[in-house]
Design a protein around this ligand. Sequence first.
Ligand code: BEZ
Ligand code: FE
Length: 319
Amino acid sequence: MDAITGRHAANGSPMASRTTTNARQLFTEEMSADVVTSSLGPDTDPRVRRVLTSLVRHLHAFVKEVQLTDREWEAGIEFLTATGQKCDDLRQEFILLSDVLGVSMLVETINHRAVREATEQTVLGPFHLVSSPDRPLGADINLTGTGKPCLVTGSVRDIDGRPVPGATVDVWQADADGFYDVQKPEEIPERNLRGLFRTDAAGDFWFRTIVPRYYPIPVDGPVGDLLRATGRHPYRPAHIHFIVEAPGFETVTTHIFHAEDPYLDSDAVFGVKESLIRTFAEVDDEDRAAAFAMPNPFHEVRFDCVLRPSGATSRTARA
Ligand code: BEZ
Ligand code: FE
C-alpha cells in the first residue's frame, strides 16, 4: 500500500519506483505546469506532447498572471458550455469564437505565409455550408433581382504569370441586406449568390452579381455576448468569398473587400489584408453593359488570382 495515496502499487510499477526513489512530484503553485506535463505517458505522440505541453504551460501562466478567481473560472466554464450548446449542423459557435479572438486568422496566416505575388488567403467563414452550383461563365448569381448590379471579371494565373485554364472559382456572398441564403432559408432562394465557375482557355472568368454590403456576424449566442461585453461591433466589411482550385496548385481560400467600406479597419474577425482590397468602380458604358448583359450604369470589380504551386507553403517560408 502506498503510504501517501493509499493505493496498491505492484512491485516494479511506476508508483513503486517513485516511492522508493523519493521522486514524487506533488502539485504546487510553483510547479503546477511541470506536474501536469510530466504526467504525459512515454508513448504520447510527439506532436501531441509538444502541443499539449505548450498549451498547459500557457494556460497555467495565464491563470497565475490574472490570478483567476473561483467565480471567474466558473464563468469561463459556463461560457464554453454555452458555446458548445449553441453548435449544430448549421452553426459552429466555437469557430466563431476562434474568429473573433483572431485565432482563425493567426492559424491562417502562419500556415499560408505570403509567397511572392501569390494571392493571400483569409478566413473561410461559416457560410460555405453548401456546395455552389455549377454555372457558366457570365451567369448572374443574384436570384432575387435586388441590390446594385455588379460585374466581376478576373483571371487565374501561376506565379510566373501563365494562365491557368480550367481552374474552379467557387464564389459566395451575402445579399443586399447582409444575409446568406442559408441564414434565411424561408425567404432567400437556395444557392442565391453562389456559383462555381471554371476559367476559360485564357485563364479568365467573369460573372454577374451585386455589390456586397457589410453585415454582422451572428450575435445571438455567447460570441455576441462577448462582443457586447467588450464594446466591439459585430460587422464584417463588404466582401465576396472565393475558393480557387486547380490541379498542381495550392487551393486559395480568400475574399475581395470593398475599398470604400466603413469597417475595413475594424473587421470583427480580423480578416482584411491590404492586398485583397478592391475598387468596385461605377461604369457608364452602353457597349460594355451590352457585352456582359448588364444594365447601364453598373459596378465592376476585377480579381486576378495568382496561385502558388502545390507544396510552396511551409511553416518557415516568409515573404
Ligand atoms: C464570413 O465572412 O462569412 C464570416 C467569417 C467569419 C465569421 C463569420 C462570418
Ligand atoms: Fe462572408
